[in-house]
Design a binder for this molecule. Structure first.
Ligand SMILES: Cc1ncc(COP(=O)(O)O)c(C=O)c1O
Length: 435
């Protein structure tokens, strides 16, 4: 019997764990190193999801391990009004590498928190409360963030916050604004979206929150020009713009920040998953002008782990390694290799409807047939299972789609990309015929 089936382990898990995200994966992880983790049978599994889209330097990167070991013995956690050098140094470094004048930084633990921090500040500074999100955006499960999250999990929890409004997410593959010739009128779609927002608004628009590539919603990459047009529409309404770069920040898409492609600097930018490279660390960035107003009005976002030194020390090392080892450039080059390989698979498998994304954040969209573009979530589940059996961890998006989010660590080797493609090939071959 596979040690992953350990009856005592699963009996304990089933008796004592809350099922926070559907079914658990059918393996027991014993250790993780580099771009792999090892299961209870001693089988190595290639991590094509970077943990939860976070471990951009792979697992147990020696320099991160050294910093974490040192910090836990030297300076771990403090009363939240006490500052330390790692915190101030990290804030300064983030301000230096980020676009525009996003020079004031709040350090917290999770993506949801960093978005709450931005949303609260936007409300306090604009004096308004309406928040516009994308119809397939994901910003976290805390109150404000989940109210602006439309990718999934809205049903059954009662009302979202008053003033939660949605724009249609830009979808270059399935948008209703794609005509018979395949031309996508994204401008028309955006104008239509804002027309609806304006009609629903009570005159209290505060902010619009958007991922530069909508990851959990299906790796939707807005067309070039879209984000700039969105920014203009926000400015015209006096709204602040929040870029949520939880998954796209720090190199994954081939630029340090994905929003660099769009040439737009928002009023707030949030970082999380990739900043701690697997440890809980997040940041909210804004301009001195905005932060000064917020501070004057008594801005409060006081949390237990705000400005904690240990994760800050880790974040400093993460950024140092990314810049020093040129991981951003590497993501662009290896992302091309991965995309080319997926496109080669698309030539051979009719079920691959679309491949999209940038750098090492790619989407693979499985369909029942290419004409109708009908999603095939069952096929995606079979392929995901077959990948895991063959030694590769993958991630599919929620919400009735058949979309894989492919996001390996930026430390991935060329040979490991090729291996991942081989595993996808075999898993697709086995799954298209199997039911
Ligand atoms: C773009 C984005 N923002 C925010 C979050 C929420 O982060 P956390 O789960 O750390 O609260 C996620 C999580 O998947 C995310 O993908």
């Amino acid at each position: 019997m596979s040690k992953n089936a350990d009856p005592a382990f699963w009996a304990k898990a089933n008796a004592h764990l809350v099922r926070y995200g559907g079914a658990f994966s059918p393996v027991i992880a014993e250790s993780a190193n580099g771009n792999w983790f090892t299961d209870a049978d001693g089988r190595r599994i290639l991590d094509f999801t970077s943990g939860q889209m976070s471990a951009i330097l792979g697992h147990s990167h020696p320099e991160i391990v050294a910093v974490a070991r040192h910090s836990i013995g030297e300076l771990d956690h403090l009363y939240s009004t006490i500052l330390s050098r790692p915190v101030v140094d990290l804030a300064a470094l983030i301000a230096e590498i980020s676009p525009g004048q996003l020079d004031r930084v709040l350090l917290v633990s999770t993506g949801g928190e960093s978005n709450e921090a931005a949303l609260r500040m936007a409300k306090l500074v604009t004096g308004n409360h309406e928040i516009v999100g994308m119809s397939r955006g994901w910003h976290g499960v805390t109150g404000g963030a989940s109210s602006a999250t439309y990718a999934s999990a809205r049903k059954g929890y009662g009302p979202a916050l008053p003033g939660a409004l949605a724009l249609p997410a830009p979808d270059t593959y399935r948008s209703r604004f794609i005509d018979d010739r395949g031309v996508y009128d994204w401008k028309g779609e955006l104008e239509f979206g804002f027309e609806l927002v304006d009609r629903q608004s009570t005159g209290a628009l505060a902010a619009c929150i958007v991922e530069p590539i909508l990851s959990s919603g299906g790796v939707l990459e807005p067309p070039e020009g879209y984000i700039a047009a969105l920014a203009e529409m926000c400015t015209a309404r006096g709204m602040h713009l929040i870029f949520d770069e939880a998954q796209t920040g720090l190199g994954r898409t081939g630029t340090l920040f994905a929003s660099e492609r769009d040439g737009v600097v928002p009023q707030y930018l949030t970082l999380s998953k990739t900043l701690g490279a697997g440890l809980p660390l997040a940041a909210m960035l804004t301009t001195p002008e905005i932060e000064d107003i917020a501070a004057e009005r008594g801005y409060l976002f006081y949390t237990t782990h705000a400005s904690d030194p240990l994760p800050a020390a880790v974040g400093l090392k993460v950024i140092e390694v990314i810049l020093r080892d040129r991981f951003t450039e590497r993501a662009a080059v290896l992302g091309k290799r991965l995309k080319d390989g997926l496109q080669a698979l698309q030539q051979r498998y009719d079920c691959i409807g679309d491949i999209r994304g940038r750098g090492l954040l790619l989407g693979l969209d499985l369909v029942k047939d290419r004409r109708s573009k009908t999603p095939d979530p069952e096929l995606a589940q079979r392929v995901a299972r077959a990948c895991l059996e063959a030694g590769m961890m993958t991630s599919t998006v929620r919400g009735g789609y058949g979309i894989f989010r492919i996001a390996p660590p930026l430390t991935i080797e060329e040979s490991e990309i090729d291996l991942g493609l081989e595993i996808f090939d075999k898993a697709l071959a086995a799954s298209v015929t199997a039911k």
